[in-house]
Design a binder for this molecule. Sequence first.
Ligand code: GLU
Length: 378
Amino acid sequence: MDAALGASARFAPGPCARLVVKTGSSLLVDGAGAVRRDWLASVVADVAARRASGQQIVIVSSGAIALGARRLDLEKGGRASLEDAQAAAAVGQVALSAVWEALLSDAGLTMAQVLLTLGDLEDRRRYLNVSATIERLLALGAVPVLNENDTVATSEIRFGDNDRLAARAAQAAGAQGVVLLSDVDGLYTANPQRDPAATLVAEVLTLTPEIEAMADGGSGSGLGSGGMAAKLAAARIAGAAGIHLAIADGRVAHPLARFATTGRGTVFVAGEGARAKKAWLAGRLTVHGTLSVDAGAVAALRRGKSLLAAGVTGVEGRFVRGDVVAIAGPEGIVARGLAAYDAGDAARIKGLRNDVQGAALGYAPRAAVVHADHLVLV
Ligand code: GLU
């Protein structure tokens, strides 16, 4: 849809109505374990400027473990063991939230803290809940600040790095772009610390094995757990859902404004949005049921709207909230999406307008039977 755009323009407020910005531990926390408050204030100023120009921003912030390690006097930045990291995160997350809250509120913005585990985005129902909560927070004008819930996440079910968390959260948030602010300015053809001939790769259209080979594992700073391999994994996850991802230099003040003007960094260009999203939805899960809808609903879906209960004429199959369902109009299947209701509740509200659904359900109805963000036309 935006193939003609320059690399950094894909993250501009117009083409990218909703952006996820991730800040790494080594940018947020200095060598002595204290928050780099002036730098963070410059990021918040950039966020406020983007918000004022109409872009919705979701922040993914690392730094809990690094901040907590200093307060608990733990060695190796709190990463000597999983127990240390979990204890450090419990202490550091409080400090991390406090600084974001203070700076965002100074800029006239309301912070919302969202702590996630991998399971919250893997489980279909919880995925929809996370998605709906972020949607609501953004609609209310808040700035969600996400981090992994390191204190309770166990080793097998951890993201482990916030790069991949940012990419997965971007899918759940319905974002079009992710900017990973990093302690490097992008992907190089080889590790620039070891190879002086290495050059910055400005744009990646396809993640080939050659591109993968350019990354080496581990975090450069030792403070976070990211590293280039995690960033490429994040680019793959984002790209599969039609979301562009950029690695941009976070070592400078006002890094978002700087990236917008210089374009310096690496942009991983996602495939054509709708097609990639469709492939992701199609590849994710099998269809568990069918919602029959009237011609008016088909027309609304084609205009990019959500499927409302009023347009549903029939419910078939056994599905639970979060399962993929087919949507069939009078002429056949027109779309596929994630059901916001179990089959039973969908049947209870079929044909009903929003104001009478609560009485049929016994609880406050959701915005749609299949939300536009979780739906693809086929
Ligand atoms: N969630 C971790 C923290 O807040 C950071 C993970 C990462 O380094 O990417 O400390």
